[in-house]
Design a protein around this ligand. Sequence first.
Ligand code: DGL
Length: 274
Amino acid sequence: MEKGSPIGVFDSGFGGLTVLKEIVHQLPQYDYLYLGDNARAPYGNRSFETVYHYTLQCVNWFFQQGCSLVILACNTSSAKALRTIQQNDLPKIAPHKRVLGVIRPTAEIIGNFSDTKSVGILATNGTVASESYPMEIAKFFPDLKVFQEACPMWVPLVENREFDNPGADYFIEKNIEQLLTQSNKIDTLLLACTHYPLLINSLRKFVPPTTAIIAQGDIVADSLADYLHRHPAIENNCLKSGQLQFYTTDNTTDFDEKGAFFYGEPIQSKYVAL
Ligand code: DGL
């Protein structure tokens, strides 16, 4: 294991910044390296093979930068690539390094939010088609009813900052309606895509006021804190100078401008060619 490494945080683009923000808020002492694969985003409609191939390439990049722990802060990558990377690739390429996702920590607690034992999952096509959420949630809450809705238009709306207008509302209302008509018992909605927290004000317009809308940022931050507590060898190896570095596979000016919006603070990125 390398001597002192930053924690890697990955997303297909900007969405993971909403997770990084909560992680840094809760665990500011560590160093973090963020990579957005903006040149190839969105991942949501891509095949299993493509998402796996892109994600593995990015994970390898983190390893080359010295990261020993990488968080896939992207549901689509967590759904379509994480298991194969953990089971097939890591033992061969980096047996002492760890790659974690966002689905399991969310599945572990989502049932606690619902009184009616019925939750709705809003996610990309890829995440929904993978059935990862219903499968993972069933391990922790076997009695919970899980309903899913793919929202393929939402990521492009967010990425292009076109989410606060009547055009966006049309797609948001349509997907919410399609989800809520699956069951009138749904009292909890999970934003199972790291881009969606930016839509929360628009979503509120179409969701009953008593319905809980759950974003993943603090769930993932809590889970990382717990993981580091339970794995002292990994924790001891983490650099702790509170430094943040941002990388993108596309235009840095664009990343800095839009990314600041997701992260909530100005950011300065560097370009990386993969
Ligand atoms: N933000 C990613 C997620 O959580 C996906 C966005 C994309 O389609 O690239 O699923």
